[in-house]
Design a binder for this molecule. Structure first.
Ligand SMILES: *Cc1c(COP(=O)(O)O)cnc(C)c1O
Length: 439
């Protein structure tokens, strides 16, 4: 390894995210030089199948020709303008199209750049709504056990993943967690819907006592991603919607990971037949190209801020709010959904992917709780090895797949452009990585 290699330079100057940097003494960084569809290519020409969509953001492959073309055109027209006092076609079109996708129930889009900021915007808007409504004591938040809504200090208030929160606990005004509807918690004879009803009873008990101080419940609809692809029955969302209505508490759907078709419908909430008061999107919305996040909200929320008084307005901003390039990438992404009828195509693709994975891993002596929701498939591995995830990841690279287990949970969340041949490669690579990690 030459001292000036990309890897060495990166370790000297870049502080990598979600990483104990010392681990890179033994586990090398992977210098990526190119992307092609579902593939990443490293500096030695090795091809890696991106089985987790580069942290769940990529939908239609790397260097997608259609998104590239849209961005090139935008680049020659308008790269950026501030959104306070100004507007532009891409941000208006995107807002209109997203509103239409909610059947105009969530007709007001507020923009930021990353997911955690979308969480913070939804929480701030909710609390500010209640303040404007003359009920400032409604300023507490409720989330599910094992929830993940981002890692800024505000978002950590509703994130219940110890490794992300513990070191910063003194900085955080923590919300309350209520039971998760995790389907794995089913008692003998219970269905996933039974678990959902049991968890909803826990939510009800909390709201019955604390609704007067509670602004909002925030949930990851159907799949709690970062705590290990925890899946649950849509019945929970229906009950949560009812309880939030009954106790006058906002429902925030964090669809940052599960939105944009990931679970089978464009928004995961659609599978429960409910709509939230706030809906957060990020990750896939720009096709995985550019940092973009947004919060959709209802007319009732918007109206509560609409006033002659500046202080009643939502005075929140980010420098890159509504960036035209990011919005244009999102429009190109929505175009692909429409032109290719992606949701229909994904029903078939999800079946092929699920069948391929089940064929190989169902019945494996160490595999537990193989589960699927649309284009997300996961299983837990029965192992005592504390370094299982790292060993699996490293072995996966040796077999040409990018898979990064969360603890003992192996999951697959590939871009929507993966073909039959590539599914085979992914499953073979995962099987080899599992054998190596357990050896
Ligand atoms: C990734 C994620 C976030 C945070 O998004 P960032 O862009 O990483 O800040 C929030 N909520 C959920 C459900 C996520 O998966």
């Amino acid at each position: 390894m030459s001292p000036s290699s990309l890897l060495e330079r990166s370790l000297r100057s870049v502080w990598h995210p979600c990483t104990q940097m010392k681990q890179h003494e033994t586990l090398p960084l992977v210098p990526i030089v190119r992307g092609e569809g579902p593939w990443l290519v490293d500096d030695s020409g090795r091809r890696l199948l991106d089985g987790i969509s580069s942290w769940w953001v990529n939908l239609f492959g790397h260097c997608n020709p259609r998104i590239n073309a849209a961005l090139r055109e935008q680049l020659e027209t308008l790269e950026h303008v501030m959104l306070a006092g100004f507007t532009h076609e891409p941000v208006v079109q995107l807002s209109e199209r997203l509103a239409a996708l909610t059947g105009h129930r969530l007709g007001h889009a507020f923009y930021a750049s990353d997911g955690a900021s979308a969480t913070e915007i939804a929480l701030k808007m909710s609390a500010h709504y209640w303040r404007n409504a003359g009920r400032p004591e409604k300023s507490r938040f409720v989330s599910l056990a094992g929830s993940y809504h981002g890692e800024t200090v505000g978002a950590l208030a509703v994130t219940d993943v110890a490794i992300f929160r513990d070191a910063y606990a003194p900085l955080v005004r923590a919300g309350t967690t209520v039971p998760t509807p995790d389907a794995r918690l089913a008692l003998p004879g219970e269905t996933a819907a039974d678990v959902a009803r049991r968890a909803a009873a826990g939510l009800e008990a909390h709201l019955a006592q604390h609704h007067a101080q509670t602004a909002a419940l925030i949930v990851e609809p159907l799949v709690q991603g970062a705590s290990g692809m925890v899946m649950y029955d849509p019945e929970y969302l229906r009950r949560a919607r009812e309880l939030c209505d009954r106790y006058e508490v906002h429902l925030v759907a964090d669809e940052i990971a599960v939105g944009c078709g990931r679970t089978g419908t464009f928004f995961a909430c659609e599978q429960a037949g409910i709509w939230p008061d706030f809906l957060c999107l990020s990750k896939g919305i720009s096709g995985g190209y550019l940092p973009l996040s947004l919060v959709l909200s209802t007319g009732a929320i918007f109206t509560a801020f609409y006033d002659d008084s500046a202080a009643r307005g939502f005075l929140h901003s980010h420098s890159y709010t509504g960036n035209p390039l990011a919005c244009r990438a999102a429009l190109a992404t929505l175009d692909i959904f429409e032109q290719d009828d992606v949701l229909a195509a994904n029903r078939l693709l999800a079946r092929q992917l699920g069948d391929g994975i089940r064929e190989r891993f169902d019945g494996h002596a160490r595999v537990r709780h193989l589960r699927q929701r649309g284009m997300i498939i996961a299983f837990d591995v029965d192992t005592e090895r504390a370094d299982f995830s790292r060993r699996f990841f490293a072995a996966g690279l040796d077999h040409g797949v990018l898979l990064r287990p969360i603890g003992n949970t192996v999951y697959f969340m590939p871009p929507y452009v993966i073909g039959a041949e590539e599914i085979r490669h992914l499953v073979d690579g995962a099987a080899a990585a599992l054998a190596a990690a357990l050896a």
